[in-house]
Design a protein around this ligand. Sequence first.
Ligand code: MN
Length: 496
Amino acid sequence: MESEDRPTIAGLLDKIRAYHPGADLDLVRLTYDFAAEAHKGQVRKSGEPYIVHPLAAAHYLADLKIDPVIICATLLHDVPEDTAVTLADIEKNFGAEIASLVRGITKLGKLKYRGVERYIENLRKMFVAMAEDVRVMIIKFADRIHNLKTLEALPPQKRYRVALESLEIYAPIANRLGMDEMKGELEDLSFQYVYPKDYQRVKALRAEKLSGKEEYFRHIIDKARRELEKSGIKSVQIYGRSKRLYSLYQKLLRKDNEIAKIYDMVAIRIIVPTIADCYAALGILHNLWKPLKGRIKDYISQAKPNGYQSLHTTVFSDDGEIIEFQIRTVEMHEEAEYGVAAHWHYDERGARLPKKEIKWVQELAEIQKDILNKLSDLEEMKVDFLQTRIFVFTPQGDVIDLPEGATPVDFAYHIHTEVGNKCAGALINDKLVSLDTELKNGDVVDIIVDKNRRGPSQDWANIVRTHTARMHIKSQLKQQEKTALTRWLKSVLPRK
Ligand code: MN
């Protein structure tokens, strides 16, 4: 980024003022000053002062007209992790709400892709953060989007990993949360690093397909607008949007690379006041141009699983050109673009959208299913993610987090596979307990190891709550069975 493009705090305050005149701008400026002071002297890999990063992420959210409280937390998001300033300091200065958001981000940490184990661990952390406060994910996405925009400063190997993780983990989560705008950004920014050749190819293809078409689309848009106005549909917004690159790439893969089969390279979006207007507009379009068979989709009466609502239709427009229309209300549009973030988004009148009831547990379960299904063999892990976590300690004071209902056996396997296999007993807070005792928050757990122990007992599989423990127990038991079988075979088979 050139220095003249560098985001400024003045620019940020202007943006917020424009969509939310009542915002506490002093607070925004104070959090900025605080973060700038804390990061003073730190530079990013690109050589820029560190504060440019949180400031750019804050600008991105201000462009989406997000609640200033979230923007304050975004400005502070790297302070506890990277500077001497603590969360307690942040809470003292800016209150519990902002501190809690920053804590959520800090708990997520700087995620690094280190093989599938870490991958899963990162996912788990994200699900926990989401369950606690989904606003944390909004900040995390803004953080990641700016990191992707400045990825050039990193070595190629690292670029690839960050981009891959964004494409495989972040984007699907954003999608599941209905945050189309962020999902699209995450995908398109990552695309060029993960599949550079395809990126160039698809980019050229789209440019070629769209070149010289502007005039034509303008004509179609004007015609549609005139007809809608004639029929009395008010405050109509109509515009063309071209398909995002990664989404085009995905579709090409599904359609055997035949670009001719892609009808929504450019779609025309029509935004109207009410649901009745949506259906009326659909009728008007069909009166004007003949619809393609089987291409009328009513996502208003039947929303997509992530909550997306709109009417879609594809028509033979003038000169036989095939064009897709997407019709929706203002509210549906905001939901489609911002998803759950829409609940912290201010609309044109500066009012926050009404909070819809969000069925969190169900949504989280769905998201986890979507993503984890991709990682075969890890089916059982889903169970872990959904459980509430407890925190217990080793005698050395290390914190171990486990699902609620976990037992000393889970704890033992969490420490080390061999500690699990050789586990002969346990002390909780210095008291000898049975191995099926449920651990409670804050317990100090000490595992008694018997080096001569052959392995886990059969019934352990029933008393553990973690996937890791269950997996180790099963494989160990299988191993034992095999050894026993071999021993028996040896004893009954005649020796040569
Ligand atoms: Mn950051």
